[in-house]
Design a protein around this ligand. Structure first.
Ligand code: ATP
Length: 215
C-alpha cells in the first residue's frame, strides 16, 4: 500500500530537482512562476511541467502561474521532508566522512544520530560533533535510540554481515554507497543505491560513445 499511487516513478525522480529549484526561487523572493518560465529554466517542456504538477494537486491558475511557496511545501510534503528519520552511518573512512560532513541531513528529512566503525584509530574521534562508535556497540545503540535508516560507507565485503545485524534490529531502510546488492538478499527493505563508480563508468561510456560515433 502506497500513499501516492498516482505519482509515477519518473515524476518522483524529478521531484528533488523541482524542490531544489523552487527553493532557489524562494531565496530570490520570487512568489509566482508560470509553467513556461519553469520549463525554460529547468529544460523540460511546459506541458510536461503541467502534467507533473497536476499529479499532486495542480497549484496553477490559468494565466496566473504557480505559487512558488505552495508548490515547494507540497513537494516537500510528498517527499516526506517534514519528517526527521534517524540515521546511523557505518564506515567513517574517506567517503563516510565526506557524506557525514557534506550532507544537510536535516533539510532532507533525516537526522544523523550515530557513526560507527571498527577501526580503533577512528573510534572516539568526532565528525560533526558525533563520536565515532565501535561497531560492537551497534545493537546496544539501536536498542536505546530508535533508528530508521542505515547509511553504508563500508567496503562491499563488510556490508553483508553488518546489513544482517541491522536487519535483525529492524532497521530496514538503507542508503547504500557500498557495492553490495542489498535488494537481492532482502525483499522487504527500502534501499537507495548511490554507486559512484557506476556513475563514472556511465560518463565514460557516454564520452566513448560520442567520440567513436561514425560521422
Ligand atoms: P581509511 O583508509 O582511512 O580506512 P577508506 O575510506 O579508504 O579510509 P575503506 O577501506 O573504504 O577505507 O573503508 C571505509 C571505512 O569502513 C573505514 O573507516 C573502515 O575502517 C571501515 N570498515 C571496514 N570494514 C568494516 C567493518 N567490518 N565494520 C566497521 N567498519 C568497517
Amino acid at each position: 500500500m502506497h500513499k501516492y499511487e498516482n505519482i509515477s516513478a519518473p515524476v518522483i525522480k524529478r521531484l528533488p530537482r523541482y524542490y531544489r529549484f523552487l527553493g532557489e526561487l524562494i531565496a530570490k523572493d520570487v512568489t509566482r512562476i508560470s509553467s513556461r518560465e519553469l520549463s525554460d529554466k529547468m529544460g523540460l517542456t511546459a506541458s510536461q511541467i503541467r502534467q507533473d504538477l497536476n499529479c499532486f494537486g495542480g497549484f496553477g491558475q490559468q494565466g496566473y502561474g504557480y505559487s512558488v511557496q505552495s508548490l515547494y511545501n507540497e513537494i516537500g510534503h510528498i517527499l516526506g521532508l517534514d519528517h526527521l528519520y534517524s540515521a546511523v552511518l557505518i564506515g567513517a573512512g574517506n567517503l563516510g566522512k565526506a557524506v557525514a560532513v557534506h550532507m544537510s541531513f536535516e533539510k532532507r528529512g533525516f537526522k544523523l544520530i550515530g557513526i560507527f566503525d571498527n577501526d580503533k584509530n577512528k573510534i572516539g574521534t568526532t565528525i560533526r560533533d558525533i563520536p565515532v562508535t565501535d561497531l560492537d556497540e551497534l545493537e546496544a545503540f539501536c536498542t536505546e535510540h530508535h533508528t530508521d535508516v542505515a547509511i553504508f560507507c563500508v567496503p562491499k565485503t563488510a556490508t553483508p554481515e553488518i546489513a544482517e545485524r541491522l536487519y535483525r534490529l529492524g532497521v530496514k531502510n538503507y542508503w547504500n554507497f557500498s557495492h553490495y546488492d542489498l535488494s537481492i538478499h532482502y525483499s522487504d527493505i527500502i534501499v537507495e543505491n548511490v554507486h559512484l563508480n557506476d556513475s563514472l563508468m556511465i560518463l565514460c561510456y557516454k564520452i566513448s560513445d560520442a567520440n567513436d560515433a561514425p560521422n
